[in-house]
Unconditional design. Structure first.
Length: 402
């Protein structure tokens, strides 16, 4: 029992009430003298992890009577395993893998309650390459295949693959090769790694070695594999693709989708929602029988987000770049929608903002504040994000507290 006071609910039963909370005059429910603030950000890519962002915001909040709930979150991209590891009673298993250029890289599997969780960005992440190294014509998802194979070897009945933040555009061809189902040309020769060579793919060398494990693709976006909103057009440029590259890659992925359809007896693979996630890794996982789910939805359920939203007065979320992609299944979109459905104000803190006010408002965002605007400098925003978040949080606390 909490010391002090009690709560009377509608049934008339007496239940414990946390210190500092008081009965409403109607005796039905309690409230806090301050504000219950739910802090649930994503990472600020390249600078701070989601837990570090949440901590910086909490450190800057200047009203001691307010109750701060830190709940860092991920959408399937970088930080997926870290966030889940804070919420699940599992063990982290280190794995040797390779990066998008085939260099040695460190990965890990989170194993909890018969399920193995794998993060594609640990092997395929854009953050693993310098800007000069980015080239989706040649980068490969082979490293994810090594992680997936290791996850299967844990004996897990189910493997959940977090998708997002990738440097690849090979529709999972490299991943399939690591699992024993490498794409080959009409003469039976293995293709070079990368997205561009897939235009000559004719078949796969064999069935993938997965021991019939159940797969789940936790995607950070719902884009199809090809077309105007596909992996190459939308995400290719940030991975180093020129306009000519985008056209070449889109054609290659459309061709490879037909190869996958033939190999696995599928139809309309290229147009399925989520098939374009992580450079088309979604398509390969769908071909392997994976169930596609929202990354933010899955993480939210596992960490108890809805329960915390129900009890919140104010929601603060954010990410490094708040842009049009943010509202297509990423963390901010999921958090803002949950706040909107409950009539809660939702404040976004970001490194920069490229969305329109009307678009953000329709998604459930009450207001947006950025580090670039706060500092007046991109360089300072990148160099001192924690300080900027603390200062923004201090200003917000005086604005929103009772």
């Amino acid at each position: 029992m909490f010391p002090g006071s009690v709560q009377v609910d509608v049934t008339g039963l007496m239940v414990a009430q946390p210190p500092g909370r008081q009965l409403r005059p109607d005796g039905v429910c309690w409230h806090t003298p301050g504000v219950r603030v739910l802090i649930c950000p994503d990472k600020f890519a390249g600078t701070l992890s989601a837990p570090e962002v949440a901590q910086a915001i909490a450190d800057g909040w200047a009203v001691p009577s307010d109750e701060l709930i830190r709940l860092p979150i991920a959408d399937g991209g970088p930080g997926f395993v870290d966030v889940l590891a804070t919420a699940l009673d599992g063990r982290r298993i280190p794995v040797h893998t390779v990066d998008p250029l085939g260099r040695p890289a460190r990965g890990e599997i989170l194993y909890a309650n018969g399920t193995a969780y794998v993060e594609s960005a640990q092997a395929c992440g854009l953050h693993l390459l310098t800007r000069e190294e980015r080239n989706p014509n040649t980068t490969t998802s082979y490293g994810l295949g090594l992680l997936l194979a290791a996850a299967v070897e844990t004996g897990a009945a189910q493997v959940v693959v977090g998708l997002g933040g990738s440097a690849v555009n090979d529709a999972g061809a490299g991943m399939l090769a690591a699992l024993g189902a490498a794409p080959v040309d009409a003469a039976g020769y293995a293709l070079p790694y990368g997205g561009a060579p897939l235009i000559t793919a004719a078949a796969l060398t064999g069935p993938p070695r997965l021991r019939q494990v159940a797969l789940v693709a936790a995607t950070d976006v719902d884009n199809p594999l090809t077309g105007l909103h596909g992996a190459s057009n939308v995400f290719g440029p940030q991975k180093g693709a020129t306009r000519d590259d985008v056209l070449r890659l889109d054609a290659a992925l459309e061709h490879f989708a037909a190869v996958l359809e033939q190999a696995f007896g599928l139809e309309d693979l290229a147009t399925r929602p989520g098939a374009g996630a992580a450079g088309g890794l979604g398509a390969a996982l769908i071909a392997l029988g994976a169930r596609v789910t929202s990354g933010i939805g899955l993480v939210s359920e596992l960490i108890g987000l809805n329960r915390e939203l129900d009890a919140a007065d104010l929601v603060i979320t954010g990410e490094g770049s708040f842009d049009h992609q943010s509202l297509r299944g990423k963390v901010v979109a999921g958090i803002a929608a949950g706040a909107r459905d409950r009539g809660l104000p939702c404040v976004v803190l970001a490194g920069r903002n490229e969305t329109g006010h009307r678009e953000a408002s329709a998604a459930g965002v009450t207001e947006t504040h950025t580090l670039v605007q706060h500092f007046g400098s991109v360089a300072t925003a990148m160099a001192e994000p924690a300080r900027g978040l603390r200062e923004l949080a201090g200003r917000l606390s005086r604005q929103w507290s009772r």
